[in-house]
Design a protein around this ligand. Structure first.
Ligand SMILES: Cc1cc2nc3c(=O)[nH]c(=O)nc-3n(C[C@H](O)[C@H](O)[C@H](O)COP(=O)(O)OP(=O)(O)OC[C@H]3O[C@@H](n4cnc5c(N)ncnc54)[C@H](O)[C@@H]3O)c2cc1C
Length: 412
């Protein structure tokens, strides 16, 4: 007998796990499917940082997400460790200095606690950071970090506890439809599930899964990497993350040591439509050389990083969008087909809010205003040419933190 659920979520990473949990909370029967184990691909390899000061469209999402992270146990009954130790953003270049002032102004306008700080204060907050070259800095005390696998794992636990159905090693290989829209999915091996709502939350595989329904997804997977160190004297988990704007790098406490990651100038891109079913993030080649180059550019800022023993080089595939904004909502051409992707390297920390809003839309058929800017169909035919899509996605990736960040400060 074929099973039936109100909705089927494809992909049990951060975005799928949050959506499945919130759909269950909306009263739906839900199956959460993953081609491998839950929380096994990009999500557990993230840095786990949140930054609430974003452009005027993403900030409300980032702020709701942090509020939900801080109230996670109250909401779901499952404990989650979140460090609310704030973040520091550092300008070393003249152009970036002006942006720091502008961001402080914008934060005030929006009631977000964030202030310009002195080098002395910055060093007190993060003793492993030498701010001597800083032209200007802000500190946002409410920003958070967490160990990345903890969040989606906690959502899966809450989903299971609430009666949600989790299927591992269930790769979706077909999406069924008729004139009325989506009718169900089929998994490798032949298992079928009937449903009127299919949510594609397949991370870097989203274009592969969308193609099963003749849908195009305007994102490109880009590799992003970081490394962690063993213990360093003076580091503890109450200290903030530090972002250096001109090198597009971030550093934060990690289990008594530090974590260092950054946006490469010439990142590796991958098209999973041509990789084949054996591709997995765990076996994706990593390359420490670009991180070493970035580290050399901030060696005065983080002297202990250069000499500390490395613990792990970590990387995953993030999903970049030409305008730097999420892809969340109903996906053409089928009724009942939904997408939650286009993370732009920020999908872990925002997953509580994005999953919450999307689930509400699916369950009530009313689009939350907050999701209006993230319509997955908004580009029309503009990026059907795959070379221009890839180029635009890489541009989004390589302009992070700067005043040229795609979508920075703009309101449509
Ligand atoms: C090094 C690094 C640092 C990062 N730092 C941050 C950060 O500080 N803050 C932040 O917010 N974000 C960060 N990110 C981004 C964050 O990791 C992503 O936005 C987030 O993990 C995206 O989650 P996802 O659910 O879309 O993808 P994934 O976690 O990859 O999950 C997708 C799932 O879909 C499954 N799947 C694929 N195809 C199928 C199929 N056909 N059938 C069934 N299942 C399928 C896969 O097996 C996988 O489990 C970072 C990423 C990296 C790599």
């Amino acid at each position: 007998m074929t099973e039936r659920f109100d909705s089927v979520v494809i992909g049990a990473g951060a975005l799928g796990a949050s959506t499945a949990y919130h759909l269950l909370r909306e009263g739906q029967s839900v199956a959460l499917l993953d081609r491998g184990r839950v929380v096994s691909e990009t999500s557990p390899r993230a840095a786990g940082l949140s930054m609430q000061l974003r452009d005027d469209l993403i900030s409300p999402i980032a702020r709701l997400a942090v509020a939900k992270l801080l109230a996670f146990e109250e909401e779901t009954g499952v404990p989650l460790r979140v460090h609310r130790s704030g973040s520091i953003k550092v300008a070393r270049a003249d152009a970036d200095e002006a942006q720091i002032h502008e961001e402080v102004r914008r934060a005030r306008e929006n009631g977000l606690e964030l202030d310009q700080i002195s080098p002395e204060r910055a060093h007190r907050l993060a003793p492993w950071f030498n701010p001597a070259n800083a032209k200007a800095m802000w500190f946002a005390p409410g920003d958070t970090y967490m160990e990345p696998g903890d969040l989606p794992s906690a959502y899966v636990t809450a989903f299971r506890a609430g009666g949600g159905s989790v299927r591992e090693h269930a790769e979706v290989t077909a999406i069924g439809s008729d004139a009325g829209g989506v009718t169900g999915v089929e998994c490798r091996g032949g298992a079928r599930i009937e449903t009127g709502a299919v949510v594609i939350a397949a991370g870097a595989w989203s274009p592969v899964v969308a193609a099963l329904a003749d849908a195009a997804v305007p994102l490109w997977p880009v590799r992003h990497q970081l490394f962690t160190t063993t213990r360093i004297a003076g580091v503890d988990d109450t200290q903030p993350a530090v972002r250096i704007m001109d090198t597009r790098t971030y550093t934060r406490p990690y289990d008594g040591g530090l974590m260092f990651g950054g946006y490469e100038v010439d990142p590796l891109t991958t098209d999973l439509r041509t990789e084949g079913p054996a591709f997995a993030i765990a076996t994706m080649p990593l390359d420490g050389a670009p991180l070493r180059e970035m580290l050399a550019m901030v060696s005065e800022e983080f002297p202990s990083l250069a000499t500390a023993e490395r613990r792990e080089l970590r990387g995953g595939l993030t999903t970049l969008v030409p305008d730097g904004r999420f892809l969340v909502g109903s996906l053409d051409p089928l009724d009942g087909l939904w997408l939650i992707s286009g993370c732009n390297v920020g999908g872990l920390s925002t997953s509580p809010a994005l999953g919450h809003h999307l689930a509400h839309w699916i369950a009530t058929d009313e689009r939350p205003e907050e999701l209006a800017p993230f319509d997955p169909n908004r580009f029309g035919d503009t990026y059907l040419d795959q070379d221009s899509l890839r180029e635009a996605a890489v541009r989004t990736y390589t302009h992070k933190y700067s005043s040229e960040e795609v979508g920075h400060g703009e309101v449509e």
